[in-house]
Design a binder for this molecule. Sequence first.
Ligand code: SF4
Ligand code: SF4
Length: 124
Amino acid sequence: MAYIVAEPCVGCTFTDCVEVCPVDCFYVGPNFIAIHPDECIDCNACVPVCPVDAIYPDDELPAKWAHYAEWNAYLAPRWQALGHNLVEKRPESPPATDLSCADRPRSEADILTWEEDVSDETAP
Ligand code: SF4
Ligand code: SF4
């Protein structure tokens, strides 16, 4: 099992989650963050600190976001290889009390990648 970051994170990236992860398994893109499924130890520490309820254990992932398991497994290793392991809240991230991003529409199509991270045909 692993924990999964789902759609509510797209464009929010408060990054409070990374500070509580005991194994530093979050990898950040320009507007989304992914959990490396081979590194997560299922401790649940990140779930209560995410202001937009974006993180779920894979067996509790809402069906509409089931494919985010693939997105996390796809993006985390790529952003890891590019050196984008995040272990502290980013200074430019909004405070967890700023939920202005929470109600706007978003989708996986909005997920951005780094310029070096060229998409390939294995994307979910
Ligand atoms: S705290 Fe939630 S919204 Fe912020 S980066 Fe982590 S998963 Fe995404
Ligand atoms: S469940 Fe624990 S190990 Fe997994 S990403 Fe969250 S804080 Fe890290």
